[in-house]
Design a protein around this ligand. Sequence first.
Ligand code: NAG
Ligand code: NAG
Length: 343
Amino acid sequence: MALILDLLLLLGAASSALSAPALVKRADVPQFVKDYAPMVWLHSEDPYNPSDLATHISHTQPENNFTVVDGAPSPLTVDNLNSLNNLGGTSIYLTSKDDVTTNPSWLNGQSPDSSGSTGNAITCAVIVNDKGDGNVDAFYMYFYSYNWGGEVVVLGLNVGNFDDHVGDWEHNMIRFANGTPTYVWYSQHANGEAFKYDILDKDTTNSLRPIVYSANGSHANYAISGTHDHTIPNLNLPDNGILDDYTDQGRLWDPIASAWFYSYTPSPETYTAYDGSSPTGWLYFNGQWGDQQYPDSDPRQTELFGQAKYSSGPTGPRDKDLDRTNVCPDNGNDCILRDVLGP
Ligand SMILES: *[C@@H]1O[C@H](CO)[C@@H](O)[C@H](O)[C@H]1NC(C)=O
Ligand SMILES: *[C@@H]1O[C@H](CO)[C@@H](O)[C@H](O)[C@H]1NC(C)=O
C-alpha cells in the first residue's frame, strides 16, 4: 500500500514537473515593439543626458513640504519606492540631497556610447498595453535627472530662464494595429503632438525606427530638427521666438538598448516585467521624481513673468495616461493626428 502511494506521488511529481514549464512560460516582448522603437537625437549642447533610475533615486531623499519623510526604507530603491505611497504618496518629492545650484555631476546622466547605448545605466522603460484585437499601445518612457527650461528672450535679450527641475519624464507612444505602427505620440511640455508613422523620418541603419529629436534641456520630443517655439503657459505675448526649444542631430540615443520592458493592464493597475526580474516597485510610486518647487523665500528661487525658475519635479509613467483612448493623452486638448511633418 505504502509502495503504491509512493509510486502515485512519484507519478504526480513527474507529471507536474512536465507541465510546469508550460505554466510558468512568460510572454515575450512583442517583436514589433522592439523593431519600431524610436531612435532619439539628443541635442549637441545638452549636458543633461538620459539618466539611470536607480542612481537618481540614490541621490535623493523623500520629502514632504520640505521635510524628510519619517519611516521610509533605507536605502530607497527601484524595488521599494512604492512603499512611499503609504507615507504621503502624491505629496512626496524625491529631493536632491545636493544643492542643485552646485551642479552635482549625477544630474548630467549618461551620454550614449557610439552604438547609442547608455550601457548599465537604465534610462528607459517600455510599457506595453495590449488592448486586444491587435490593438497595442507601446510607451517608450525616457528618464533624465534634470530639466533645464531654456532661455527666455525678449527683444533679442536673454532675460532669464525658468522651469528648471530635478527629474524629467518624457515619452513616445506608438499605437500598433496588428503589429503595424499607425501613429506616434511625441510628448512636449504639458502636451505634445501625434504624427502618422508613415511620414516620420526613419533611422538610417534601421529604416523601421522613427526619429525623435530631444530638445536642449527640456527634452521635449519633436519630429523634426530645428527651432520650435513654445508659448509661455497662461501668458499671451505678441511675438513668437520668446521661448524656443532647440533640436539638432547631436548624439544618437537608442533608448531600448538599456531599458526595462513591462506589460501593463489598467484594472487593477499591474506592471509585469517580461523578463520576470526587472523591478516593478518604482512604477507604482505616485509621488514626484524631483524637488518640490522652492518657495519664494528660498534664495535660489526667482520669478519671470510669474513663472518660477525652479518648478516641481514630475510624476512618473503611471501618470501618463497609459490606458488612453486617443493617441494623445486624454487631457481635454484636441487630438490632432498630423500627416505632415512640422515643428
Ligand atoms: C543648451 O543648453 C545649455 C544649458 O544646459 C546652454 O548653455 C546652451 O546655450 C544651450 N544651447 C542652445 C542652442 O540652446
Ligand atoms: C509646511 O511647513 C510649514 C512650516 O515649515 C508650515 O507652516 C505649513 O503649514 C506646512 N504646509 C503644509 C501643507 O503642511
